[in-house]
Unconditional design. Structure first.
Length: 314
């Protein structure tokens, strides 16, 4: 396993980290038993994964991680979780609600201190209100020794141009130790402003959902590239209609998914790339892809020329 430094936190984190959200939610949505969940998490540990990402919004994921990691030395893993700043109606939660949320996360995770506490799906619309009302709550917990570092995950489905990340890192870079954003083959816009800002201010970047849905589904991938061709975002003869990214498969790249993980890691601002699979076989394939987290230089350049300017949620 390769390790990188998570920005100004100084934490050494595995290049592949485990995410307990997504479609699987640590096997909650794929039928894993508690024993299967324990095995999966301990397999992550055995393979060198030391960062586990979760959220109060991911069903029972916090509690599952708390159970599965309870037998693992606390100094051998990093836990990052997230709290929602909106309630189910879409209204802003009170500072007291935020405090209760953090206390509950500590209980579910069975830890005395959360390594990184992040606002969940943060966007620019609520930015200043959250900084004014809710950030001081996180800061108080940090001062009490219950949180080490503070950050947020972006609301990429709404702001696929990373507007919230750019706003935060241009306005208050000193507030944010970590940021979760989406950067991958089909979503490269973060390389324009968000990732350079993270580098400038030494903010640790956790790359989320970099290889998900369309990149892993050949039919959906064909349909997406065909749609971009119809929109004239991609030239008609730029890539084949069938298997449009098959040209990436050569040497140590054995699949489009493998290429996706390599591309997702191959930016100097990226500290770690989340994988959220509930399959041990898939986990091992993803780990194998990241043994050499780079694509051929010509392939990377071609991907940037093809998709680097497309800012559409995928």
């Amino acid at each position: 396993m390769l390790y990188r430094t998570l920005g100004r936190t100084g934490l050494k984190v595995s290049l592949v980290s485990y995410g307990s959200g997504g479609a699987s939610k640590l096997g909650q949505n794929t039928g894993l038993s508690s024993g299967d969940q324990d095995f999966l998490v301990h397999r992550c540990i055995d393979e060198g994964i030391n960062l586990f990402d979760t959220s109060e919004a991911y069903g029972d994921s916090e509690a599952i991680l708390g159970r599965t990691l309870s037998s693992v030395p606390r100094d051998s893993y990093v836990v990052a979780t997230k709290c929602k700043y909106l309630d189910r109606s879409g209204a802003m939660r009170t500072p007291a609600d935020i405090a209760t949320s953090i206390e509950n996360s500590l209980i579910r995770l069975q830890v005395d201190c959360i390594d990184s506490l992040q606002f969940h799906v943060f966007n620019s619309k609520h930015y200043f209100q959250v900084v004014d009302q809710h950030y001081p709550v996180l800061k108080r917990f940090q001062e009490q020794g219950k949180i080490r570092f503070l950050g947020f995950s972006e609301q990429f489905k709404v702001e696929h141009d990373h507007k919230g990340v750019v706003l935060a890192l241009e306005t208050h870079p000193e507030l944010w130790d970590t940021v979760q954003l989406k950067y991958g083959i089909l979503n490269q816009i973060a390389a324009n402003k968000a990732l350079p800002l993270a580098l400038k201010h030494n903010v640790g970047i956790i790359n989320m959902a970099a290889v998900r849905v369309k990149l892993i589904n050949p039919r959906l991938l064909r349909e997406q590239i065909a749609e971009w061709k119809r929109q004239e975002l991609v030239a008609q003869d730029a890539v084949p209609d069938d298997d449009p990214l098959g040209w990436l498969i050569h040497d140590d790249v054995d699949s489009v998914i493998s290429a996706g993980y390599k591309f997702a890691a191959d930016h100097p601002a990226i500290s770690t790339v989340l994988t959220g699979t509930s399959s041990v076989a898939h986990l091992e394939a993803n780990l194998k892809a990241m043994e050499n987290p780079t694509l051929a230089e010509d392939d990377t350049r071609r991907l940037q020329e093809l998709f680097g300017k497309i800012a559409i949620y995928i």
